[in-house]
Ligand binder design. Structure first.
Ligand code: NDP
Length: 443
């Protein structure tokens, strides 16, 4: 089947799932030159199989708030592809979660996990529940109700969830506690992102942010540049953003802005990492409170940071947060590098502008793979009842990010898109999965 008609067929079958279709089209369009070279991909109908999830579970999550009121949310877990290993991918708790969101994330995860070179398949899950403003006991009850269904579908050899937006060490703790109770098994490798001290890996919470910056450094090195003295903006102020900011600062860069869903923070003196971490990671407060300690900073109701002049931009919040007009602002102000900590934060129209301008662009499925890579290292430590040092994990992470960078460059170059990390990531991620699917027959 011609690529165009295949995309049309997938569009019809998944009508209304805009984010999934956006992610699918970007990947399939990159694969044209590979398909021409490998007729077996078409003969075995690998692309149609790859774009249909192996399994999808949707379930009711009923729970009681602290006043006794009963709430109903919808839970999801999609196992998209297990050719390379057990399903692996995070859980997102956010009001915007629906089937399209979870499917796009699970689809991206297939290629990201493949790029790490580790044995992990692609999955994602979550619920349309917001932990923001909820007490710890409400979050615990929600997580327990969520696990009442999820536990049947997961396991260290089957499907291994982790965190994502709205799911951090607190939620993973509640989820694991209930999984242990329901199954009567202390099966550590079933969830990653656990607390350090009870099976969580050192360096996991830093991994996605640090990994994104390691990837950016590799890209900069191809132009004999570093992050030293570069002015940077980072969107979001959650797990990925916080540790991207920390690593940029360690490497001599200056981060002047970050954001949250209802506004952004601009600090001309550079964001103070310790204040940010204390506010967001420990006290779960809002960015407005930063001003009490740093009166020179400014909180803006505009949640976008893309109109602030910078050398490098790191979208670390959510999907489609850089639109065409944002890309125009970034380019006009001289931005030379965009590296995605979030999943699919750049809209295709914005991506087109970045490509035309020839700036360095690191796609999320390559640049933010550090999180899942260290999750896989956590599984490895759990399997051997081991606990590695922070330096050992960080060193492995750096090696993996360098490897992903090499893979992207190699496949971009090999298929006529020199320096195009989007094409390189899509092709490099795809080929490993396609080879495994081919070897395993039609299942
Ligand atoms: P968190 O929940 O820790 O943080 C999300 C942050 O983004 C919050 O500060 C949130 O603000 C902000 N945000 C959400 N929507 C918007 C918006 N429209 N504009 C500005 N800010 C917004 O999530 P993570 O840091 O874990 O995840 C961020 C991104 O990174 C996601 O795309 C995720 O899929 C991706 N990712 C995460 C990995 C991980 O290891 N955690 C691994 C790989 C990718 P508020 O508090 O107001 O909601």
């Amino acid at each position: 089947m011609k690529m165009e008609s295949l995309i049309g067929k997938i569009r019809d079958k998944n009508a209304g799932q805009a984010l999934f279709l956006q992610a699918m089209e970007e990947v399939l369009e990159s694969l044209e030159p590979v398909i021409q070279e490998h007729p077996e991909i078409e003969n075995l109908n690998i692309l149609e199989r790859l774009t249909e999830p192996e399994r999808q579970v949707i379930f009711r999550v009923a729970w009681q708030d602290d006043s006794g009121k009963v709430h109903v949310n919808r839970g999801f877990r999609i196992g998209f592809n297990s050719a390379l290993g057990p399903y692996k991918g995070g859980l997102r708790f956010h009001p915007s979660v629906d089937l399209s969101v979870v499917k796009f994330l699970a689809f991206e995860q297939i290629f990201k996990n493949s790029l790490t070179g580790l044995q992990i398949g692609g999955a994602k899950g979550g619920a349309d529940f917001s932990p923001r403003g909820r007490s710890d006991t409400e979050v615990m009850r929600f997580c327990q109700s969520f696990m009442n269904e999820l536990y049947r579908h997961i396991g260290d050899q089957t499907d291994v969830p982790a965190g994502d937006i709205g799911v951090g060490a607190r939620e993973i703790g509640f989820l694991f506690g209930h999984y242990k109770k329901l199954t009567n098994r202390y099966e550590l490798g079933t969830l990653t992102g656990k607390g350090e001290g009870w099976g969580g890996s050192e360096g996991r919470k830093e991994a996605t942010g640090f990994g994104c910056i390691y990837f950016a450094l590799e890209m900069l090195e191809t132009r004999n540049e570093t992050l030293e003295d570069k002015t940077c903006v980072v969107s979001g102020s959650g797990n990925v953003a916080i540790y991207a900011i920390r690593k940029i600062q360690e490497l001599g860069g200056r981060v002047v802005a970050c954001s949250q869903s209802d506004g952004s923070l601009y600090d001309p003196n550079g964001i103070d990492f310790q204040t940010l971490r204390m506010l967001k990671e420990i006290e779960r407060k809002r960015l407005q409170e930063y001003l009490e300690l740093h009166p020179d900073a400014e909180f803006r109701e505009d949640r976008k940071v893309w109109d602030i002049a910078c050398d490098a931009a790191f979208p670390c919040a959510t999907q489609n947060e850089i639109l065409k007009e944002d890309a125009e602002s970034l380019l006009k102000n001289g931005c030379q590098l965009v590296c995605e900590g979030a999943n699919m934060p750049t809209h295709p129209d914005a991506l087109r502008l970045f490509r035309d301008a020839g700036i360095l662009f690191g796609p999320g499925k390559a640049a933010n793979a550090g999180g899942v890579a260290v999750s896989a290292l956590e599984m490895q430590q759990n399997a051997g009842w081991e606990s590695w040092s922070f330096d050992r994990v960080d060193n492995e992470l750096n090696k993996i990010m360098k490897g992903i960078h090499r893979t992207c460059l190699h496949f971009g170059d090999r298929y006529g898109a020199k320096g195009d990390y989007v094409t390189g990531a899509n092709i490099g991620g795809f080929l490993r999965v396609a080879q495994a699917m081919t070897a395993m027959g039609v299942t």
